[in-house]
Write a protein that binds this ligand. Structure first.
Ligand code: V47
Ligand code: SF4
Length: 385
């Protein structure tokens, strides 16, 4: 929708004075303040925040909707931490209930994709007390030796913080070591909610918000790109979501290396927070919309379909989202174990392309750093692909 039509629609809606003022700022592409962000959460109806978010989305990316071809390696689900929302991990004392892969098993997984045109491997897992930085550096070197062009996006700031402390390395030394071994970028996990009081309730024992931001800032200074997540829809209040996004926005102003913001909806199956209700679909779409409006210096907003489900991911493309992650095979267990509809998350490229086309957007395959590999409207799929 162009600026004139958007202004006309908003004029016809019965908006309060404050909402009119904020909407005007958004349309002029001005940054909104934390107070204005909170006003959107507390008073913004889905149609209004959705239209504004879609305006920003189309201003930044038009109809382009990105995905990539990737697969996951989850080295272990044994974890020294005990986040209350986690359905996936097993404590070291109960490690016989979990899994632990050695380098050879993980390399077999990499080799299974020989000849398949994937561009990224995403490595993420629990924090195992016996898998140290040298073990992972060895894995990275072996992956690069086998397939040098494969982009390795690996290890949350939580895993890194633990590895570096155990090896007595500073964050910069640790990141340099892994970068030299082949690590290309960091995923966005482990951020949860930065506010210390909420963190104390949901994940008291892992790296705090400052530490998470410092690891990402250090990675940016070393020339690596990273993502950022926010786990929402549990015990936090709107002000905590704003605080989280504000800290990320400030970090991005300082170091500029974030590619994508990924709001993650809390799923309540089989974890210590199962008594907390999940957010509604309307609340999820409001979350994406306000994230798109607030995070003005983040180029991309991602809906992670294995967690959200395909139909909601498709719907999110009208509410600010311009990326739906990758083709992923059944190697990620984080969400199926937490109650996602996607029990064995796998979508072929043609499934993803169709899903995006059905809502009149343009499917674009990208690499991890958003270089375009193929525009599927300019170059549609052949019947035999
Ligand atoms: O940090 C764990 C989340 C994250 C639950 O950077 C849960 O491209 C909801 O960060 N309900 C790890 N969420 C996954 C992650 C990620 C995923 C996809 C792409 C990227 C990227 C990053 O999963 C954790 C935590 O916030 N999580 N349990 C749960 N019950
Ligand atoms: Fe461990 Fe990550 Fe689960 Fe927390 S969310 S318990 S750090 S695997």
């Amino acid at each position: 929708m162009d600026e004139k039509s958007l202004r006309q629609v908003l004029k016809g809606s019965d908006l309060g004075q404050e909402m009119v003022r904020i909407a005007d700022k958004v349309i002029k592409l001005e940054r909104i303040s934390p107070e204005e962000g909170l006003h959107l959460f507390e008073n913004g109806s889905l149609p209004v925040v959705g239209m504004l978010a879609n305006y920003i989305r189309e201003h930044k990316h038009g109809d382009r909707t990105y995905f990539n071809r990737n697969f996951h390696i989850e080295p272990t689900n044994v974890c020294v931490f005990s986040c209350k929302f986690c359905s996936y991990s097993r404590l070291y004392a109960h490690r016989e209930e979990g899994w632990e892969s050695d380098i050879e098993q993980m390399m077999d997984k990499v080799k299974a994709y020989d000849g398949v045109p994937i561009t990224e491997v995403h490595i993420v897992g629990g924090v195992h007390p016996k898998m140290n930085i040298h073990f992972f550096a060895d894995l990275l070197r072996k992956i690069k030796a086998h397939r040098p062009e494969l982009h390795i996006k690996g290890f949350t700031a939580v895993e890194l913080d633990y590895m570096f402390r155990k090896a007595n390395l500073s964050r910069e030394e640790g990141l340099r070591l892994l970068k030299e071994a082949g690590l290309d970028s960091l995923p966005g996990g482990g951020a949860e909610i930065f506010d210390p009081e909420v963190r104390e309730i949901i994940c008291a024992d892992k790296v705090d918000g400052e530490g998470w931001l410092d690891i990402h800032g250090t990675a940016h200074r070393l020339g690596m790109h990273t993502n950022a997540t926010m786990l929402y829809g549990h015990v936090e209040a709107y002000k905590h979501r704003i605080d989280h996004m504000q800290r990320l926005r400030e970090q991005q102003d300082r170091t500029g290396g974030f590619n994508t913001f990924i709001p993650l909806k809390f799923r309540n199956h089989d974890n210590e927070m199962s008594d907390v209700n999940e957010s509604t679909m309307i609340e999820d779409m409001r979350m994406y919309s306000i994230a798109r409006i607030y995070m003005d210096n983040f180029p991309h907003l991602k809906a992670y379909w294995p967690m959200l489900g395909r139909e909601q991911a498709q719907l999110s493309l009208a509410f600010g989202v311009n990326d739906i992650d990758g083709t992923i095979d059944d190697s990620t267990k984080i969400y199926s174990m937490a109650g996602s509809e996607e029990q064995t998350p796998a979508m072929s490229t043609s499934d993803l392309v169709n899903l995006i086309r059905q809502v009149n957007r343009i499917p674009v395959e990208r690499d991890t750093l958003y270089h375009e590999i193929r525009n599927y409207v300019e170059r549609p799929m052949d019947a035999d692909e």
